[in-house]
Design a protein around this ligand. Structure first.
Ligand code: PMV
Length: 341
């Protein structure tokens, strides 16, 4: 086993994923719909893995909670098995640091599981393609499959029962189209209903879940076409349609999944008012109250100022497209204990 260090950047879906396939093993974590995302430069996780006496997981310099540690060790087992190793997996010390500015208010599971997957493959001396690494990252967190790649990324739903065709692929690299995503934080608290439980609940109870799933393939194709054509207003339009269709499905869940707060609504309206004033921006919102606005670079600061002026917005961050996840093995990788928070 080698010492390795990986860096992966977070991503935000422009065409959303919500819901899991339930005709297959839950451990595969297969989505009911595909998704299309933008990887972000400003938000990244760095993970170091090195040989150890016993498995250990430190997050931002502190020993992680038991449940989190178990997920990490189970993921190491997955990568070890996928690499075709038959001997018992060697014990690993894993140290992970999230470099997320406070303005983000975003979950780190996407970059976290992408970095862990890359670092584990490196530590186990396994060289494979990014598509395969994406299928593994997906088993840790659906959105993590997309963070293996930089720029604009499509994650296909796939049809195979073993999940082998549910893998992300690059649509356009980070340099190909310099858009911006303005992240407005509307609260400092954490979300109350996690995505896995929320997705199950929507599938079981939302009368709109079927319509949401049925509408997705078309929207994905529209999103991909808009990226390939560099058609900003077409991408913006599909981004908002997908966001509000997902939230309609969530809100119609019983009990309702209303992830927004009052500031979320005011921030949406501020973006729409800016658009009417000639500052084109399009909103997207995940399983939380923060508002992310897709815009062109030349409008990003003016849109950020509009959002800062909304009472209750606590911070605003402008993100550019981010790179592929990367891994370095051995020589120039620091010791796990050297990765500061
Ligand atoms: O992969 P998860 O469990 O973090 O779920 C992501 C769900 C959304 O953020 C709401 C949408 C998406 O496609 O990222």
């Amino acid at each position: 086993m080698l010492r390795s260090r990986a860096i992966a950047h977070s991503n935000i879906a422009l065409v959303k994923y919500w819901g899991k396939r339930h005709d297959v093993a839950a451990d595969l974590n297969l989505p009911a719909v595909g998704s299309l995302s933008l990887t972000l430069d400003a938000l990244r996780t760095e993970t170091v893995i090195e040989p150890a006496e016993a498995d250990a997981f430190a997050l931002d310099g502190e020993t992680a909670r038991t449940a989190e540690a178990h997920k990490v060790f189970a993921h190491l087992d997955r990568v070890w098995t996928a690499a075709g190793r038959t001997a018992p997996r060697p014990s690993c010390a894993v140290a992970s640091s999230n470099h997320f500015p406070t303005a983000a208010g975003l979950a780190s599971s996407a970059s976290g599981f992408a970095a862990l997957t890359m670092a584990a493959a490196g530590a186990f001396g396994w060289q494979t393609d990014r598509g395969t690494l994406s299928t593994l990252a997906r088993m840790g967190s659906g959105s993590a499959a997309r963070s293996i790649f930089g720029g604009f990324v499509r994650l296909d739903r796939g049809e195979a029962d073993d999940g082998s065709d549910c893998r992300a692929r690059r649509i356009a690299g980070p340099e190909a189209w310099p858009v911006r995503l303005v992240v407005a934080q509307t609260t400092v608290g954490r979300k109350t209903v996690g995505s896995t439980g929320g997705m199950q609940s929507s599938r079981k109870t939302s009368p709109y879940f079927g319509a949401w799933v049925d509408s997705s393939p078309n929207e994905l194709d529209h999103g991909e076409q808009a990226v390939r054509a560099r058609d900003f207003s077409a991408l913006g339009a599909v981004t908002e349609r997908s966001c509000f269709a997902m939230h309609a499905c969530m809100i119609a869940t019983d009990p309702p999944l209303l992830y927004w707060n009052g500031v979320t609504v005011e921030a949406i309206k501020a973006v729409w008012a800016a658009r009417a004033d000639g500052l084109p921006g399009y909103v997207t919102i995940d399983a939380g109250p923060h508002v992310k606005t897709l815009c062109r670079p030349e409008h990003a600061e003016a849109i950020a100022d509009r959002l800062r002026a909304v009472p209750g917005v606590t911070d605003v961050l402008v993100c550019a497209p981010g790179p592929d996840a990367s891994v370095t093995v051995q020589a120039d990788a620091p010791k796990a204990s050297e990765v500061a928070s």
